[in-house]
Design a protein around this ligand. Structure first.
Ligand SMILES: *Cc1c(COP(=O)(O)O)cnc(C)c1O
Length: 386
């Protein structure tokens, strides 16, 4: 059994994959070949956003978005401590400061009530209202990066309204949520800008690293295209700003084009797999199943459970050779890299508790019903013993 089975999918689309790869080898435009624009047009249309700018990874998508927004030294950017480190890392890389805000215990996404407290605390210059990082007195709030954790969109109605009232940007970290929906709109279209990842294990993954930035703004899209190629102006030897080498390989775009053909179907298959898990595990009362908010659809990047019996369950799964993972064992505010912000371990209790009890089980569109039964049996057996 595999945690994420990419082999089965590859068999399904083998012919189209080979055709697409062969076409790139034949035209030889390995950098910014025609597949790049084709992919950008297709995914932009799917998401319902005017500009889709492909790039080298999900991390670079976030970085390029922040660069286009002009984030830098002295800026505070609100985000969650319960995410992959890349979300906060890009803020730090630009000399800005991540300001952590605790998560909602049910969705694991940034909690809008806590976010409001954090913004208030900044305005009043009062860290007793909400934990703030060291040196916050010298920072100006600039924006918010909500994360669509495990594939479920954050609460954008609340977040966007708050941001608009305070003049903050919102950048959707949709690395895990490509294909998800929120009130009828697709993930990657839920904020002023969005960044996604095509890392192989993500809902839409390539065979290497790639990512994409989405925006309806012509001006931001122009900046993104420039930043992607070393801050180019009229051409790449005319450099009008500091940029990066942030391009997506043509080969990866060709692979993504083949995978995208079956992607909508795969999103539906993921719903089915999730429904089967919840049916068996939810009834048991032994583990807390993921809850998708009314009006939302998850891309099910992960199916994550919370329990008091984690050690026993992981041990039982290991014995049965069932792969598992913990996303995330350590919230960012207690990571070594973020000690300079001087947060206290107890500052974000919901994230802390989630990190202690959460684990993820195999999740992919082709997970067999029989395998799911084996997984559920191992989990529930361990709970009864624990
Ligand atoms: C995977 C991921 C990223 C980074 O994407 P890469 O393509 O691996 O650089 C950023 N944020 C979140 C929430 C992720 O899960």
């Amino acid at each position: 059994m595999q945690f994420i089975d990419l082999q089965y999918q590859q068999k399904r689309i083998h012919e189209r994959l080979m055709e697409n790869i062969a076409r790139v080898l034949s035209h030889g435009q390995y950098i910014m070949g025609p597949e790049i624009r084709e992919l950008e047009a297709k995914l932009g249309e799917y998401v319902g956003i005017k500009h889709a700018v492909s790039c080298s990874s999900g991390t670079d998508a976030l970085l390029m978005a922040l660069m286009a927004l002009g984030v830098g030294k002295g800026d505070a950017v609100f985000t969650t401590p319960f995410t992959f480190v890349a979300t906060a890392e890009v803020i730090s890389l630009l000399g800005a400061t991540p300001v952590f805000v605790d998560i909602d215990p049910v969705t694991f996404n940034i909690d809008p009530d806590r976010l409001k407290e954090a913004i208030d605390a900044f305005e009043k210059g009062n860290a007793s209202r909400h934990p703030l990082p060291r040196g916050f007195e010298r920072l100006t709030p600039k924006g918010i990066i909500p994360v669509d954790l495990f594939g479920q969109p954050a609460d954008y109605d609340c977040i966007n309204a708050m941001a608009a009232a305070k003049g903050l940007f919102v950048l959707e970290d949709a690395a895990q949520s490509f294909g998800a929906e929120y009130h009828g709109a697709k993930a990657c279209s839920l904020a002023g800008m969005a960044a996604t990842s095509f890392f192989p294990a993500k809902p839409l993954g390539c065979y290497g690293d790639a990512g994409m930035v989405f925006t309806d703004s012509d001006e931001l899209a122009d900046r993104l295209e420039s930043i992607r190629v070393h801050g180019k102006g009229t051409d790449k030897y005319d450099n009008i700003r500091i940029g990066i080498n942030g391009r997506c390989d043509t080969l990866q775009a060709a692979i993504l084009l083949a995978k995208f053909e079956i992607f909508p179907e795969e999103i539906e298959l993921r719903q089915e797999v999730a429904r089967r898990y919840t049916q068996v595990l939810g009834e048991s009362g032994q583990v807390a199943c993921p809850h998708v908010t009314a009006g939302s659809k998850s891309a099910w990047a992960q199916y994550s459970l919370v329990t008091e019996h984690r050690d026993a369950i992981l041990e039982a799964m290991k014995k049965e050779k069932i792969p598992s993972a913990i996303y995330y064992p350590k919230p960012l505010h207690v990571q070594g890299a973020y000690q300079y912000l001087a947060y206290a371990p107890g500052d974000f209790p919901v994230s802390q508790r989630a990190a202690q009890g959460i684990f993820s089980v195999p999740m992919h569109p082709y997970l067999a019903e029989q395998d799911q039964e084996t997984i559920c049996r191992a989990i529930l057996g361990a709970c009864r013993k624990g």
